[in-house]
Design a protein around this ligand. Structure first.
Ligand code: GLN
Ligand code: ZN
Length: 782
């Protein structure tokens, strides 16, 4: 099947490939090593096997520019920090090559005391040296380790990884194009330990280290090196542009013969295009999926000798391309520019898509025929490259298949449901508004709910114990019947409710024991979603996620949570919150169809959730929580695009939340976030109650709400659920007192920072007992 095109293709690049292995081999190797069950040579050998398989796969598919150094044991930003000696003193590194245990200490903390919060992000803690901070890699769901720079920071070459991997490939018979994270993006992604220190001011000291790496790569035989500067697609000031000119000018001067393919991905170059085109590099990669309109401008402006890498296959999503359609655009361009000054590539590194669709045997065959994972995308790239060089006839069969799949998807009734479109078209502005303003609603709700001041509640989930996970696994394997599983869950739920009642919580939750994941649980019950078995993508380190694939119009055929809520409420006289995941979070944590605007898909989900909200109300729920953990995560990279996103994100939330009577209390929850610059949008969501994470910031994250005079009720988290530590009553009283200095007492709710699903009962029990005591203490103060 895989016939290599040795000649007659426009060069094809992949820019980077998934590291984790088709069966998550890297995760197994890492976790065995961390558990002390294997040694470093075994880990490194497993890593080498993965690299070799990656190279072999690309070679056999016909990829021309095979990358090296795109592999990482944990994270490529961390690799870069470790390559240039940016190792904070706390890790005890004393010079020389950085040992593996220091590398992993930076990744995970020196006691590997990492925990994961309810939505799967890691939060290192504990004694020993904490891990570096972790944050989102641009607008992806990949997380990188944030490099730290201190005053007097010096850089030096402290790892030979790029050279080693280049030579490793060479020894196996592969000529590769090494990949480096660019110096400007690297500095911009880092943070200074002192407020006065601008990371970019360190560029002058950093560049010689890069030059040394480039020099050595070149000495080993590398003709081209790929340097990634995704910061090019963000808002850059003049200082950053000057830094880019300085860096690439420096490289060109030091190594005039080495060819650099500079990549800019995840968006448009926009006002940085001219800067990028003027850099003395041999090639420039453009993301033509996110910003197809760039092609024309670049065609006009790019100097003749510049090799343009056209990122036309979506590296951020799982859809199969329409190759004949792409060729219609590419052919005239390539004809004009000449095949030797063009490369075909994915929009960005293939790191962000699952590896191989062929592993999926359970997918609906139609849906499967519309998808392409990394391996399939490589094949698409090669097909394009071949067609561009030798004409469409050479790959006619593949092109026809591709076009036919695109057409089938375009008209498939599995994708398009006229009723959904009609319902969406019939949405009126009224449907996105509660009847009365908050103040009037609050009065109705107070009269009905009769809660004490400082009402206590939790965010939703209770510990997903090994027993819960075991029961779910047993159900999956057919070892436990549906009825047996159901009975087990009911018992867990009832016990959890009894316990909440016993300790005196005011507003109860059912505990979410039936949910594997806050998005998947809903996706599995909605029309329009598909799930994979092996479609893992790296979230960070050894943590991978399997995002749902949102392929079609979304509808809710039947209630999803009502029976659980009804059962829970039947166990107690206290109010039990209905518990749902909001549309924007479902959207942001899925692979979303590319044939509709995200805003439309978001509103479709909103209508489905709205049905659930009104059904919960009809069943008797007085309070319904709609989690929007990922609103901020969806923010576009460029500021100019923020308002448009926030507008439809807020509208989606309001659409799903506004179908209820005013006496029904709508809650929402958001995880750790910087709220300052999106507070107006949060206020516009108009939830009656919002719970947020604040305990670790000592209530500082609350300031955004205070400064904005946020009018609705707020539960600022008083208990850091990322840590097994049990907070004392006094600590929580102190946090609540800080809150009362900033907000009206009647506004304040008392709750943990986030869901408790990753904690153990032994920690949760005393912590919540203390939390209730703290609320009582506060009530006594008044
Ligand atoms: N209700 C969810 C839970 O408690 C919320 C989790 C989240 O926001 N990440 O698990
Ligand atoms: Zn949360």
């Amino acid at each position: 099947m895989n016939f290599p095109y040795s000649a007659g293709t426009v060069p094809v690049s992949t820019l980077g490939t998934p590291r984790i292995g088709p069966r998550r081999e890297l995760k197994s190797a890492l976790e065995t090593y961390w558990a002390g069950k294997s040694d470093a040579p075994a880990l490194l050998e497993a890593a080498a096997r993965l690299r070799a398989a990656n190279w072999a796969r690309q070679k056999s598919l016909g990829v021309s520019n095979i990358p090296s150094n795109d592999f990482s044991l944990y994270d490529h930003v961390l690799d870069t920090a470790v390559m240039v000696g940016a190792i904070p003193p706390a890790y005890g590194w004393s010079g020389g090559p950085v040992p593996l245990d220091i590398y992993f200490a930076m990744a995970r903390g020196s006691q590997s005391a990492e925990t994961t919060c309810a939505h799967g992000h890691a939060h290192p803690h504990g004694s020993g040296v904490p891990a570096l901070e972790m944050t989102k890699w641009f607008d992806t769901n990949y997380h990188y380790m944030v490099p730290e720079f201190s005053p007097g920071q010096r850089f030096s070459l402290t790892s030979t990884k790029p050279m080693d991997e280049y030579r490793e490939a060479k020894a196996l018979g592969y000529e590769t194009r090494p990949v480096l994270l660019g110096p400007v993006t690297f500095l911009k992604l880092g943070k200074a330990t002192e407020p006065g220190l601008d990371p970019l001011s360190l560029l002058g000291d950093l560049l010689p280290v890069y030059v040394e790496v480039l020099r050595r790569l070149s000495a080993h035989g590398a003709e081209w090196v790929q340097i990634d500067e995704p910061c090019l697609v963000t808002d850059l000031d003049e200082a950053a542009r000057a830094a880019l000119r300085e860096a690439y000018g420096f490289f060109a001067h030091a190594l005039p013969k080495l060819k650099i393919m500079l990549t800019a991905y995840f968006g448009r170059l926009g006002d940085t295009l001219d800067t990028a085109l003027a850099l003395p590099v041999a090639g420039l990669h453009l993301d033509l999926v996110r910003a197809p309109e760039q092609l024309r401008e670049v065609a006009d402006k790019a100097r003749a000798g510049l090799v343009l890498s056209l990122g036309v296959i979506d590296g951020r999503n799982v859809w199969r391309a329409n190759l004949p359609g792409l060729l219609d655009t590419l052919e005239p361009f390539v004809r004009k520019r000449g095949t030797d000054h063009v490369e075909i590539a994915p929009s960005c590194s293939l790191l962000h898509v699952p590896i191989d669709l062929e592993q999926e045997t359970g997918l609906d065959p139609d849906v499967k025929s519309w998808l392409a994972f990394a391996v399939q995308k490589m094949d698409e790239l090669v097909t394009l490259g071949t067609a561009l060089a030798g004409g469409r006839e050479v790959v006619l069969g593949k092109l026809m298949e591709s076009g036919a799949a695109a057409e089938a998807r375009r008209v498939s009734p599995k994708v398009h449901d006229g009723r959904v479109a009609a319902r969406l078209a019939a949405v009126t502005p009224d449907m996105t508004r509660r009847s009365r303003p908050f103040a009037a609603r609050a009065e109705l709700q107070r009269g009905r709910l009769r809660l004490p001041l400082f009402p206590t509640t939790t965010i939703g989930s209770f510990p997903q114990t090994p027993e819960v996970r075991k029961a779910r696994a047993a159900l999956g394997k057919g070892e436990l019947s549906d009825a047996g599983y159901d009975a087990f869950l009911k018992e867990e739920t009832a016990r959890t409710l009894r316990w909440q009642e016993e300790i005196g919580l005011d507003v109860l939750v059912h505990g979410e024991f039936e949910r594997n994941d806050m998005v998947q649980y809903f996706g599995e019950q909605l029309c329009g979603f598909a799930f994979t078995r092996h479609g893992w993508v790296q979230s960070y380190g050894s943590r991978y996620v399997r995002p749902p694939i949102l392929f079609g119009d979304v509808a809710r055929p039947a209630p999803m949570t009502v029976e659980w809520w009804r059962f829970a409420q039947s166990c107690t006289d206290k109010p039990v919150k209905g518990m749902l995941t909001g549309p924007v979070t479902i959207l942001n944590w899925s692979f979303v169809r590319d044939d509709l605007p995200r805003s439309t898909v978001s509103r479709q989900i909103a209508l489905a959730i709205r049905d659930e909200v009104t059904d919960l109300e009809a069943a008797g729920a007085k309070m319904i929580q709609i989690d929007e953990a990922a609103i901020r995560e969806g923010l576009p990279l460029r500021r100019a695009d923020w308002d448009a996103y926030l507008d439809w994100a807020v509208a989606s939330f309001r659409l799903c939340a506004s179908g209820v009577r005013d006496e029904t209390q709508i809650h929402t929850h958001m995880c750790y976030s910087e709220f300052n610059d999106i507070i107006a949008a949060i206020a516009a969501m108009d939830a009656d109650v919002i719970s947020i994470e604040t305990s670790r910031s000592k209530m500082e994250l609350l300031d955004a709400f205070v400064d904005y005079r946020y009018p609705n009720e707020i539960g600022p988290g008083v208990y850091d659920i990322h840590s097994p530590r049990v907070p004392a009553v006094e600590e929580m009283v102190e946090l609540l007192e800080r809150a009362t200095q900033r907000l009206a007492a009647a506004q304040i709710w008392v709750n943990p920072d986030c869901g408790l699903k990753t904690r153990q009962w032994a920690e949760v029990r005393p912590a919540l007992i203390n939390m209730v005591a703290a609320a009582h203490r506060l009530r006594g103060h008044l």
